[in-house]
Ligand binder design. Structure first.
Ligand code: ZN
Length: 194
């Protein structure tokens, strides 16, 4: 009996964790509200918990632009990780050790950049390649302002989004959040032969 109860509890935990992740990473308020509705329907106390725990501090849809892509706020941990054993050393050693590490890091970055083929690193190139695979969700592309590079796209689920090439934005907000064009923008860019 206790075993079954434990399994059920674990499944509930997993489900709620998944929904909280979706709430935290939802790019738009609309998508965030959908998850909150699901949470409320599942158990009102979880939605209330989100409401009571300052979602504007951890839910992407509620961030202002300058918080995007900086989800790790633990500066002290990053510093400790970077300094490692140097932290225990006298200040002059600490400074010279830090500068030496920094020099090596810059050197490595420069070497890595020299290997770039298309103006971006391997990791970003892979991300764009993965986004290309998701272009099939766009069924209609219409240009409504050629000068400003403004397009509307209609998705397979009938959702309509506006892509603005001039300002590098898409109504799905992923382009603004990651600085990498989303699949909707890639469709437009491809269609406009850019
Ligand atoms: Zn988009």
């Amino acid at each position: 009996m206790a075993g079954k109860h434990g399994i059920r509890k674990e499944a509930t935990k997993q489900l709620v964790r998944k929904m909280l992740y979706r709430a935290a990473y939802a790019p738009t308020l609309g998508e965030y509200n959908v998850v909150l509705q699901e949470l409320r329907a599942y158990k009102p106390k979880f939605a209330q918990w989100v409401h009571d725990n300052e979602p504007e501090q951890w839910a992407k849809a509620k961030f202002r632009k300058e918080r995007w892509r900086r989800l790790n706020s633990n500066v002290i941990e990053s510093w400790n990780n970077w300094m490692c054993r140097l932290q225990m050393m006298p200040v002059s050693w600490l400074v010279s050790g830090h500068l030496e590490k920094l020099g090596k890091k810059f050197g490595k970055h420069k070497d890595d950049i020299d290997k770039w083929v298309n103006g971006v690193g391997e990791h970003i190139e892979q991300k764009i390649a993965d986004t290309y695979k998701k272009m099939g969700c766009v069924v209609v592309v219409e240009c409504y302002n050629m000068m400003l590079g403004e397009y509307s796209v209609i998705l397979t689920n009938s959702r309509k989004l506006v892509v603005k090439l001039g300002s590098c934005t898409c109504a799905c907000r992923k382009w603004q959040m990651t600085d990498l064009p989303c699949n909707h923008a890639l469709v437009v860019i491809t269609k406009a032969n850019l």
